[in-house]
Design a protein around this ligand. Structure first.
Ligand SMILES: [Zn+2]
Ligand SMILES: [Zn+2]
Length: 347
């Protein structure tokens, strides 16, 4: 049987290992075989690498990691209709069942029987990968191949920014990691202003400014709430996007929001914590949880923003590394002195 290089979670411990494994074979008529070209590293992949509590409870070993990619279709199951051999594709990570109540009511992204690519199934940090047709996204040929792999997290940013609407609104973004940075560009493209960012790391403060934030404040050094009130005639921001998973940042969103405002919360928190729910109630705030991407509305918006050059991923992708240097990418992410990291798997 032919083999390929793949990044495998083989031990129930920190790390991943580059191994020779069998190339996947199509066994279901709805499956598609992909030759992977580019793959980007997500925070979820870092958690699997670090073997945090979440991954210990969720990941079965051995399993190939990774879910953000672009590549070429090289094989299709008998029933596949939407793609052909030679197509340039990426894929949604949330694999829906297609028949549960949520799938049948426009909520495939939170399917009751959902599997996540590279989390519950073998992923795409490999020369070849097998994915079900239902999650495939056909890329425009003119889209850059390494940016195409970043559409999945860009979709998270699009979902977060578009849910409450930001056009003509003062907008607070808490957290300027890669998806926070994408949210700055998307919010700007959709007409938000001023865009006020709160971030603690110097590298990311600098990145936030380069990505178009109007103001960036460091909550460990300044009173961000007071700064926001000064910038908004004492009224507060009209929209808030929580991208950090930090308890204080969510508190800031609630406090600094204009009554009747909207908070979209994408950041995932380590553990439950109390919030002053009466502030949410008496301020008439909408607190909206974001998970994944709307399938496939956000994919249409994300790819349109890229193709029409409304979003520039050159300002977000800081490293393009050969597949062999994968571990360098994970360590860079662990330090946080980087934007998005993309691995080049093959030509
Ligand atoms: Zn991801
Ligand atoms: Zn379902």
């Amino acid at each position: 049987m032919a083999t390929m290089k793949a990044l495998v979670k083989s031990e129930k411990a920190r790390g991943l290992s580059m191994q020779k494994v069998d190339i996947p074979v199509i066994t279901d008529e709805h499956e598609v075989l992909i030759k992977v070209k580019y793959a980007s590293i997500c925070g979820t992949d870092l958690h699997i690498y670090q073997w945090n509590e979440w991954s210990q409870n969720r990941i079965k070993t051995p399993q190939i990691a990774g879910h953000e990619f672009s590549g070429e279709v090289i094989g299709v199951g008998k029933a596949v209709k939407s793609v052909q051999i030679g197509d340039f594709v990426s894929a949604e990570t949330h694999i829906p069942c297609g028949y549960c109540r949520l799938c049948r009511t426009g909520n495939m992204h939170i399917c009751k029987n959902m599997k996540i690519l590279g989390v519950d199934t073998n992923g795409i940090f490999a020369e070849y990968a097998k994915v079900p047709e239902v999650v495939l996204w056909k890329n425009a040929p003119e889209l850059s191949q390494h940016f195409a792999s970043v559409q999945e997290p860009l979709g998270n940013a699009v979902f977060t920014v578009t849910t409450g609407g930001v056009a003509g609104k003062s907008t607070l973004i808490t957290g300027a990691g890669p998806i926070g940075l994408m949210a700055i560009q998307v919010a700007k493209a959709l007409g938000a202003g001023p865009i006020i960012v709160s971030e603690v790391k110097d590298f990311r403060i600098d990145m936030a400014l380069k990505n178009g934030a109007d103001y960036v404040f460091n909550p460990t050094k300044e009173d961000v709430h007071q700064k926001i009130m000064r910038l908004t005639n004492g009224e507060g921001v009209e929209a808030a996007l929580e991208m950090s998973g930090n308890e204080k940042a969510l508190g800031l969103c609630i406090d600094a929001l204009l009554p009747s405002g909207h908070i979209s919360a994408l950041g995932v928190f380590d553990k439950p914590f109390p919030i002053d729910i009466n502030k949410v109630i008496f301020k008439n705030i909408t607190l909206y949880g974001i998970t994944g991407r709307k399938m496939f509305e956000t994919w249409y918006i994300a790819s349109s923003l890229l193709l029409n050059k409304r979003v520039d991923l050159n300002k977000i992708v800081t490293h393009l590394l050969p597949f062999e240097e994968w571990e360098k990418g994970f360590l860079l992410m662990e330090q946080g002195n980087c934007g998005k990291i993309v691995l080049k798997i093959a030509e």
